[in-house]
Design a protein around this ligand. Structure first.
Ligand code: PRP
Ligand code: ZN
Ligand code: MG
Length: 226
């Protein structure tokens, strides 16, 4: 039996668009796991690997702080964190290892059903609610638009109805969230999909070997699906 420190810790989204596909990928890589009572930890039964189920937005921090060795998270969250660290003058230390073939979505500006939208100029002077303030700020800068960014930690799609914002900037996958909230996609800002990130801290040779093994199995699984 291996000691705790030699087990890989992998951070996954607890509940959301990436959860099922992330678990499925690891199962296809041969992992058998059991879920802990608190539902926050899954224990690998046939590999020295445990899963930590957390909010997707927390995954880059957990990996950067070396709480987890690996994380599976959207490029949207990775990019937002990178820009946030950059703005604070901190080097984003987590490393992007591999882009995956699931979690495809786009970060888009969406407007209320009846609202007029004729390109980025329509954003001028408006309030835009988002959980991605850094990516949105860069987009506005690049398009020479001054607008007010309303940073929210969730439920962005109801901000226009609550009168907190004119538009939103959020992820669109199937489009059902927008539809349910009487919003329409007006402008795509970035495309995204899931990716694997790893800790900047050197890990033991044993752990490194398992990371390599896992990466090769992931390559194999993804090729089969293509
Ligand atoms: C995103 C987004 C919407 C939903 C859109 O949430 O914030 O809620 O997905 O998908 P749809 O177009 O298929 O309806 P995500 O799963 O990233 O979780 P979070 O907002 O809780 O971080
Ligand atoms: Zn999130
Ligand atoms: Mg959401």
């Amino acid at each position: 039996m291996m000691d705790k420190a030699s087990r890989l810790k992998v951070a996954l989204q607890k509940s959301g668009r990436l959860t099922d596909n992330s678990l499925d990928l690891l199962v296809r890589c041969g992992l058998k796991y059991s879920r802990g009572k608190d539902q926050l930890l899954c224990y690998g039964e046939n590999m020295p690997l445990d899963l930590l189920l957390v909010r997707d937005d927390d995954i880059p921090d957990l990996v950067q702080q070396d709480v987890c060795d690996l994380g599976i998270v959207g490029l949207n969250v990775i990019e937002e964190k990178r820009l946030a660290f950059q703005a604070r003058g901190i080097a984003p230390l987590f490393e992007q290892l591999q882009v995956l073939d699931f979690g495809k979505c786009r970060l888009s500006i969406a407007v209320p059903d009846g609202a007029k939208y004729d390109g980025p100029a329509s954003l001028r002077g408006k309030r835009i609610a988002t959980t991605y303030p850094n990516i949105l700020a860069r987009y506005l800068r690049e398009n020479d638009v001054t607008a007010e960014i309303v940073t929210l930690s969730g439920a962005v799609e109801i901000a226009p109805r609550l009168g907190r914002a004119d538009f939103i900037c959020d992820l669109v996958s199937t489009g059902s969230t927008l539809l349910a909230n009487h919003l329409r996609e007006a402008e795509m800002i970035m495309e995204s999909r899931a990716a694997i990130i790893s800790t900047p801290v050197a890990v033991s040779a044993e752990k490194q070997a398992w990371i390599q093994r896992l990466r090769m199995r992931i390559d194999g699984v993804q090729q089969v699906k293509e």
